[in-house]
Design a protein around this ligand. Structure first.
Ligand code: GAL
Length: 632
């Protein structure tokens, strides 16, 4: 067992002299939690948004009507709170003052008799109903409707300058207006204006909109200016802090998984879209699900993966498809996705309201531990998701992705429960209770998701595997030098193109990111032929911040993962507690047996797990923190 305690200056200097990779500075411990802590998202937001229900055809009556159903049906009591207006509300930007003008033909209460329109009456009304209010903007000069030529009737009007309704060059002014004066509590910031207003946009060519060299190239990360995109989103974040002295805001990023945002959004805002738009088709729901489902380590209280809004109520999730509607809702609940309803609630049936209002499912999504479910079984046909809850019990979702019945077996191993102990299950859709020891067979109906609350004998009594607590882990450095598209995402017909293309291609970067119970590229964790059912898989040159309070020891079996290539490079594992080196491994090459690395953390609030490469690697080097756990 290696138990090094090297807190002395000499030891730290010796460490610094070792050959390190270019990322050395970022690997230095900070003793701090560096993920976003602004705004109000200790739990995933819940609410309603106009887009999936009405697209650009949004108006005040529709917004208030859905808000009223949310209150009257009990959904507000169940936690749905934010009422968000999406694209289509704006008329123009006042040419003299730059102040945004609301389309009063559709939002009559905003009329004041002049161009100094105000959403204050609407936000006051929503607040008086016990709700919160959300607004929508774009980080570029123009909206999505303008950029992609849809939503013509409600696109902004006036001169070219008046039609520039986006935040670009107006961040402080607009955020002051929306939050300080109009009283909004939430903003969704879209990115069409920095994606599609290049010289090739037909409306730019016609002189209707000003050209803006795209910062985002959806098909090429190399042609995307990631620092510039980050900088714009950071500016909005700073303005939100300035104009919300009480901190009561929620910041939603919407650049659809582009610009490598799946890796950095957690430092910039509260929720961030992991993919392009959801649509009311089964295949598209799978696409959006997959964009977030392997990224459990990239969500924690304060910032959440956003696979887009719910489509319960429409198309493949309408009242003729209750199994699909329940699956969509169950999966979003398990993933800690924002639960934002996208349906004209005036049309909702009692059965649909019952799905959206299932308190047991909502409780999983709103569980204070904030652990996004981790994949315990993963195929194209069936997936099992397991989520550790704050009270020590677990939730498990058994998901049939296919249109045929699927016989499946849930084992105690999937739940990290002892094989000889009894596991008690409560079905959260039927309420039925059952139990099993060892394993239990089920047959999943087509597209069905069975969701259970599970209680059993923990395989690691007293301690907690790191892969059971993704909500307490922040991937501060993931060791990826060249972001690549994630190939594991279901590719479906893109509804707005149909088959007028060569198909859906992998496009969302984030491939190779840190994973719970898996290597970064999806293999089983394995060091020198020894398999680890649990652990954290990450690349060398990485630094993970782990909330260590409540525990006194960290232990793991560490080594280069067998899935890496034999490039002769070596890695070193280091564990820090509140910024101080507590222990480290030797430098380890491929196929060297796993080494134990166990340290006394002394209850450190932040335990940092660093893996340094020796700078000789020619390819990304997967490394494994096997059986990594915090112990009492
Ligand atoms: C898209 C966004 C949608 C919706 C739409 C409005 O970019 O992903 O959720 O906001 O713009 O035009």
């Amino acid at each position: 067992m290696i138990r090094l305690h090297l807190p002395t200056i000499a030891a730290v200097c010796a460490l610094a002299a070792l050959p390190l990779s270019a990322a050395a500075d970022e690997l230095d411990p900070t003793g701090a939690w560096s993920a976003y802590s602004g705004g109000q998202a200790p739990l995933p937001p819940m609410g309603w948004n106009s887009w999936n229900a009405f697209y650009h055809d949004v108006d005040e009556e529709k917004v208030i009507a859905s808000a009223q159903v949310i209150v009257d049906s009990g959904l507000a009591d169940a936690g749905y709170r934010y009422i968000n207006i999406d694209d289509g509300w704006w008329l123009k930007r006042d040419a003299d003052t730059g102040r945004m003008v609301i389309r009063t033909a559709t939002f009559p209460s905003a009329a004041t008799g002049s161009d100094r329109t105000s959403f204050r009456p609407l936000t006051d009304r929503l607040h008086a109903m016990g709700l919160k209010a959300g607004i929508y903007s774009d980080i570029g000069r123009n909206s999505c409707g303008q950029t992609f030529g849809h939503g013509n009737a409600n696109n902004p009007a006036g001169t070219l300058a008046e039609r520039e309704v986006g935040l670009y060059d107006h961040i402080d002014q607009d955020i002051a207006l929306y939050f300080g004066e109009w009283g909004f509590d939430y903003i969704k910031v879209d990115g069409c204006g920095i994606r599609g207003m290049g010289a090739d946009n037909p409306n730019v060519q016609k002189g209707i909109y000003r050209e803006m060299a795209p910062l985002i190239d959806f098909d090429s990360i190399a042609k995307t200016d990631v620092p510039a995109v980050k900088d714009l989103f950071a500016q909005v974040g700073q303005a939100l802090v300035r104009h919300n002295p009480d901190g009561d805001f929620l910041y939603s990023l919407c650049i659809w998984g582009s610009a490598n945002v799946r890796s950095w959004a957690k430092e910039y805002g509260n929720i961030s879209r992991t993919s392009e738009d959801i649509a009311p088709y089964w295949g598209r729901m799978l696409h959006n699900l997959d964009s977030a489902s392997r990224r459990a380590l990239y969500a924690q209280p304060g910032n959440w993966n956003d696979p887009d809004m719910l489509f319960v109520g429409t198309g493949d999730f309408d009242s003729d498809h209750p199994a699909e509607a329940r699956s969509h809702f169950s999966l979003w609940a398990m993933l800690n996705a924002p639960l934002i309803i996208g349906y004209d609630l005036r049309k909702a049936t009692p059965e649909q309201l019952a799905i959206l209002g299932n308190r047991d499912l909502i409780a999983l999504n709103q569980d204070p531990a904030g652990n996004q479910a981790v994949l315990a079984y993963d195929t194209e046909d069936v997936q099992f998701f397991v989520k550790m809850l704050a009270d020590g019990t677990k939730a498990v979702a058994l998901f049939n992705r296919t249109a045929t019945p699927m016989p499946v077996t849930l084992t105690a191993d999937h739940l990290k429960y002892a094989a000889d102990g009894q596991v008690a299950l409560t079905d959260l859709w039927s309420g039925e209770a059952s139990s099993f020891t060892g394993e239990q067979a089920f047959t999943l109906a087509p597209h069905e998701t069975r969701v259970f609350r599970a209680a059993g004998t923990r395989a690691l009594p007293g301690g907690m595997y790191l892969s059971e607590m993704p909500g307490r882990i922040n991937v501060a450095e993931e060791g990826i030098d060249f972001p690549e598209p994630d190939p594991m995402i279901h590719r479906a017909i893109v509804p707005w193109q149909n088959t007028r293309s060569n198909g859906e291609r992998p496009r969302y970067t984030g491939w190779g990111g840190a994973r719970a119970d898996s290597t970064p590229y999806g293999q089983m964790l394995r060091i020198a032929d020894r398999e680890f059912l649990t652990g954290i898989g990450v690349l060398a040159n990485s630094r993970l911040e782990v909330r260590g309070d409540g525990f006194r020891r960290f232990s793991a079996m560490v080594g280069r993962d067998d899935s890496g290539s034999d490039d002769g490079s070596r890695v070193r594992f280091e564990v820090y507690g509140d910024g101080k080196l507590l222990g480290a491994s030797e430098w380890m090459g491929l196929a060297e047996p796993a080494k134990p690395l166990s340290v006394d953390t002394g209850g450190a609030a932040i335990v940092e797990l660093v893996v340094r490469g020796d700078g000789k690697a020619t390819r990304p080097v997967p490394v494994t923190w096997g059986d990594a756990a915090l112990l009492p």
